[in-house]
Design a protein around this ligand. Structure first.
Ligand code: ZN
Length: 425
């Protein structure tokens, strides 16, 4: 469960090193091992710790500041008895590479290029730099770019190392000004129901339901199906390289869309009073409970966790906390009368078997998600709901702005007195 969010993150990247500089980084990680071993040796010999950095620096070919970082790490490791490996040998007897630990601005620098890539420069040795570009997950690259452009964030130490032969850089970023606001101080709770073709959002407060919106993205499903068909054809023809190219393209398309969608969601939430965002914790589902075909479909079709985590960290940047709740019954419960029955839901249509109310099924679920968090986690209540606002549908949030001219779903024409809408598939 991700209950609290500290705004310190370690971001992992692969290094796309320019030209033949990889050997230089390799040498530097061996120098780093020498510095580590020498630190342990001097400390065990009883040398004053304040003198160790200078003495180690004399014997290794590394940037002075980087040497200091490695010495500090070695001493910390020694103090916490980590200097012995699994078979009890002091680790300073080891050879082989050791992570190069560097301070930002001194041992390494990063910069965003005009094309949106992140370039790095690691001072592997004095006046000798390893340069190139960072590769990594969209999430980590996006956080790093935010940290590089936003004054609230600072970039800290990084470690360069080889992992299974691949050069990597692990960068620590910290928010210097704020912790994400405590979720207990929320005055608005936003329930987020994530589906394969939309995200349904409902904001509730002590005034009731403040707003509700559905962001549609049918193009993801459409494109994924298109790529799937293309790959099948290519697979039959045995063109595997093309197969991989298509997979890469599809992934980039989907990620790009997920970023846009999550930006829209967070933008929408920032206009609410002290909001927190609530997700269903899909990990929390006990295996023995059958949540039905809907949930199974949901788990397999779209990288839901990725979409949730994009929304979660983008929200954290805006000081909006995230809450994860147990998803049980959120899609089967009537948001107005509370009646729970599996047959209440049929695809996108929700019809309560008890009170007869009809609703868009995903919107109904988003209300339940929000109400569940208010009940469990907040000190205030939502008054008994007699009606829900009309569902607003927004399609293709390419601009990122949800509040821009929105399309009221045509199916909302059957506007009933209780504010609910008739929906058909
Ligand atoms: Zn009902």
């Amino acid at each position: 469960m991700m209950e609290s969010q500290a705004l310190v993150k370690t971001l992992d990247f692969q290094l796309d090193i320019e030209s033949d500089n990889e050997g230089l980084l390799h040498d530097a990680t061996h120098e780093s091992r020498t510095a580590y071993n020498e630190t342990i040796r001097l400390a065990k010999a009883g040398i004053d710790r304040r003198e160790i950095p200078d003495r180690v620096a004399d014997g290794v070919d590394l940037v002075k500041n980087t040497t200091q970082r490695i010495v500090a790490k070695a001493l910390t490791a020694m103090d916490s008895f980590h200097e012995h490996d699994d078979i009890g040998l002091p680790s300073h007897t080891k050879s082989g590479p050791y992570p190069l630990r560097a301070n930002y601005g001194e041992g390494y620098t990063l910069s965003t290029t005009g094309t949106g890539d992140v370039a790095f420069r690691i001072s592997a040795k004095p006046y000798k730099h390893v340069i190139g570009f960072l590769d990594g997950s969209e999430v980590h690259l996006d956080i790093l770019k935010t940290a590089l452009s936003d004054d609230c964030w600072s970039i800290g130490t990084a470690e360069a190392m080889f992992h299974d032969g691949t050069p990597e850089l692990h960068v620590t970023v910290t928010n210097t000004e704020q912790q994400v606001r405590d979720k207990q101080s929320s005055r608005t709770v936003v329930g987020v129901d994530v589906n394969e073709d939309n995200v349904a959002l409902t904001a509730v407060s002590k005034n009731g339901v403040d707003d509700t919106v559905i962001i549609d993205f049918p193009e993801i499903k459409f494109e994924r199906h298109r790529y799937f068909t293309m790959r099948k054809r290519i697979q039959k023809a045995g063109k595997w390289s093309m197969h991989d190219t298509l997979t890469g393209r599809e992934e980039r398309f989907v990620r790009d869309r997920l970023h846009k969608i999550s930006r829209s969601v967070v933008e929408w939430a920032t206009r609410l009073e002290n909001p927190c965002i609530v997700f269903e914790d899909l990990k929390e589902m006990p295996d023995r409970i059958d949540y039905g075909a809907r949930m199974n479909r949901r788990l397999h079709r779209l990288p839901f966790r990725a979409l949730q985590s994009f929304m979660s960290y983008k929200a954290a940047f805006k000081n909006i906390p995230t809450v994860w709740i147990d998803p049980a019954y959120t899609s089967q419960r009537c948001a107005l009368c509370g009646h729970i029955e599996r047959t209440n839901r049929n695809r996108k249509r929700f019809k309560c078997r008890s009170c007869g109310r009809q609703d868009h099924a995903d919107r109904n679920a988003s209300v339940n998600i929000a109400l569940k968090e208010v009940k469990q986690g907040q000190s205030w209540n939502v008054p008994a709901l007699n009606s829900l606002p009309q569902v607003r549908k927004v399609r293709r949030p390419a601009s990122g702005a949800v509040d821009a001219p929105s399309v009221t779903h045509p199916l909302a024409r059957g506007h009933q007195t209780d504010g609910s809408v008739g929906v058909s598939d």
